[in-house]
Design a protein around this ligand. Structure first.
Ligand SMILES: [Zn+2]
Ligand SMILES: [Zn+2]
Length: 146
Protein backbone atom coordinates (compact mmCIF):
# COMPACT_ATOMS: atom_id res chain seq x y z
CA UNK A 1 0.00 0.00 0.00
CA UNK A 2 1.54 3.22 -1.15
CA UNK A 3 0.51 6.83 -0.81
CA UNK A 4 1.91 9.56 -3.04
CA UNK A 5 1.33 13.00 -1.60
CA UNK A 6 2.82 16.47 -1.44
CA UNK A 7 4.92 17.42 1.55
CA UNK A 8 2.93 20.01 3.55
CA UNK A 9 6.15 21.91 4.22
CA UNK A 10 8.01 22.01 0.93
CA UNK A 11 5.34 20.80 -1.56
CA UNK A 12 7.61 18.13 -3.06
CA UNK A 13 6.12 14.77 -3.91
CA UNK A 14 6.65 11.94 -1.44
CA UNK A 15 5.91 8.28 -2.07
CA UNK A 16 5.30 6.48 1.19
CA UNK A 17 4.64 2.81 1.88
CA UNK A 18 2.10 2.35 4.67
CA UNK A 19 3.23 -0.19 7.23
CA UNK A 20 1.60 -1.75 10.25
CA UNK A 21 3.86 0.10 12.66
CA UNK A 22 2.28 3.31 11.40
CA UNK A 23 5.60 5.08 11.18
CA UNK A 24 5.60 8.76 10.41
CA UNK A 25 7.34 9.46 7.12
CA UNK A 26 10.18 11.94 6.95
CA UNK A 27 10.24 14.11 3.86
CA UNK A 28 13.29 13.16 1.75
CA UNK A 29 13.50 16.73 0.48
CA UNK A 30 13.21 18.94 3.56
CA UNK A 31 13.75 16.17 6.17
CA UNK A 32 10.75 17.16 8.30
CA UNK A 33 8.54 14.48 9.82
CA UNK A 34 5.00 14.36 8.54
CA UNK A 35 2.22 13.14 10.74
CA UNK A 36 -0.20 10.86 8.93
CA UNK A 37 -3.50 9.88 10.48
CA UNK A 38 -4.67 6.59 9.03
CA UNK A 39 -8.27 5.50 9.43
CA UNK A 40 -8.40 2.16 11.33
CA UNK A 41 -10.02 0.47 8.31
CA UNK A 42 -7.05 1.41 6.17
CA UNK A 43 -4.61 -0.60 8.26
CA UNK A 44 -7.04 -3.47 8.87
CA UNK A 45 -8.65 -4.03 5.47
CA UNK A 46 -6.52 -1.89 3.13
CA UNK A 47 -9.69 -0.09 2.10
CA UNK A 48 -9.73 3.68 2.04
CA UNK A 49 -12.55 5.72 3.50
CA UNK A 50 -10.68 8.64 5.00
CA UNK A 51 -7.60 10.40 3.64
CA UNK A 52 -4.49 9.87 5.76
CA UNK A 53 -3.17 13.26 4.72
CA UNK A 54 -6.09 15.70 4.89
CA UNK A 55 -8.84 13.59 6.54
CA UNK A 56 -11.09 14.21 3.56
CA UNK A 57 -13.60 11.47 2.82
CA UNK A 58 -14.23 11.88 -0.90
CA UNK A 59 -12.22 9.98 -3.45
CA UNK A 60 -12.28 9.01 -7.07
CA UNK A 61 -10.71 6.03 -8.82
CA UNK A 62 -8.76 6.14 -12.04
CA UNK A 63 -6.33 4.01 -14.00
CA UNK A 64 -2.69 4.38 -13.03
CA UNK A 65 -1.82 5.53 -16.51
CA UNK A 66 0.78 8.05 -17.45
CA UNK A 67 -0.64 10.37 -20.12
CA UNK A 68 2.85 11.14 -21.42
CA UNK A 69 3.38 7.43 -22.03
CA UNK A 70 0.14 7.38 -24.05
CA UNK A 71 1.34 10.22 -26.24
CA UNK A 72 4.72 8.53 -26.72
CA UNK A 73 3.01 5.29 -27.84
CA UNK A 74 0.88 7.15 -30.38
CA UNK A 75 3.88 9.14 -31.65
CA UNK A 76 5.97 5.97 -32.01
CA UNK A 77 3.15 4.17 -33.82
CA UNK A 78 2.76 7.03 -36.27
CA UNK A 79 6.51 7.23 -36.88
CA UNK A 80 6.74 3.48 -37.53
CA UNK A 81 3.81 3.43 -39.97
CA UNK A 82 5.30 6.45 -41.74
CA UNK A 83 8.66 4.73 -42.24
CA UNK A 84 7.09 1.44 -43.30
CA UNK A 85 4.52 2.73 -45.74
CA UNK A 86 5.43 6.32 -46.50
CA UNK A 87 2.89 9.04 -46.13
CA UNK A 88 -0.52 7.87 -47.15
CA UNK A 89 -3.88 7.93 -45.49
CA UNK A 90 -4.33 4.16 -45.18
CA UNK A 91 -0.99 3.77 -43.34
CA UNK A 92 -1.86 6.65 -41.07
CA UNK A 93 -5.22 5.15 -40.17
CA UNK A 94 -3.65 1.72 -39.65
CA UNK A 95 -0.97 3.21 -37.40
CA UNK A 96 -3.55 5.11 -35.37
CA UNK A 97 -5.75 2.03 -35.01
CA UNK A 98 -2.84 0.00 -33.67
CA UNK A 99 -2.06 2.75 -31.16
CA UNK A 100 -5.65 2.97 -29.99
CA UNK A 101 -5.70 -0.81 -29.50
CA UNK A 102 -2.48 -0.66 -27.45
CA UNK A 103 -3.97 2.18 -25.42
CA UNK A 104 -7.16 0.22 -24.71
CA UNK A 105 -5.23 -2.93 -23.76
CA UNK A 106 -2.98 -0.93 -21.43
CA UNK A 107 -6.03 0.61 -19.80
CA UNK A 108 -7.48 -2.83 -19.16
CA UNK A 109 -4.42 -4.33 -17.53
CA UNK A 110 -3.31 -1.29 -15.57
CA UNK A 111 -4.15 -1.17 -11.88
CA UNK A 112 -6.54 1.37 -10.43
CA UNK A 113 -5.51 4.09 -8.05
CA UNK A 114 -7.65 6.03 -5.60
CA UNK A 115 -7.23 9.80 -5.48
CA UNK A 116 -8.31 12.21 -2.76
CA UNK A 117 -10.46 15.07 -4.10
CA UNK A 118 -9.24 17.52 -1.54
CA UNK A 119 -5.46 17.06 -1.43
CA UNK A 120 -4.91 14.94 -4.59
CA UNK A 121 -2.96 12.26 -2.73
CA UNK A 122 -2.74 9.05 -4.73
CA UNK A 123 -3.33 5.68 -3.07
CA UNK A 124 -1.83 2.65 -4.79
CA UNK A 125 -2.28 -1.10 -4.11
CA UNK A 126 -5.30 -0.62 -1.89
CA UNK A 127 -8.57 -2.50 -1.91
CA UNK A 128 -11.06 -0.48 -3.89
CA UNK A 129 -13.89 0.98 -1.85
CA UNK A 130 -17.12 0.25 -3.78
CA UNK A 131 -18.41 3.69 -2.80
CA UNK A 132 -15.66 5.37 -4.83
CA UNK A 133 -16.57 6.33 -8.38
CA UNK A 134 -14.62 7.71 -11.33
CA UNK A 135 -13.72 11.39 -11.32
CA UNK A 136 -16.69 13.74 -10.97
CA UNK A 137 -16.14 17.37 -11.91
CA UNK A 138 -18.99 18.55 -9.69
CA UNK A 139 -17.40 17.09 -6.58
CA UNK A 140 -13.99 18.43 -7.62
CA UNK A 141 -15.48 21.92 -7.97
CA UNK A 142 -16.53 21.88 -4.34
CA UNK A 143 -12.85 21.66 -3.44
CA UNK A 144 -11.70 24.38 -5.84
CA UNK A 145 -10.27 27.39 -4.01
CA UNK A 146 -12.85 30.17 -4.29
ZN1 LIG B 1 9.32 18.37 2.55
ZN1 LIG C 1 -6.62 14.07 1.13
Amino acid sequence: MKIAFLCPYCAQEISWTVNAENQAPACPHCRRTIRLTHAPSLIKTAQIDRCSICQGDRFYVQKDFNRILGVVIIGLGLAISYFLFGFNMAALILGLTVCVVIDVVLHRILPEVTVCYRCHSIYRHFVRNPAHKPFDLHIAEEYEPK
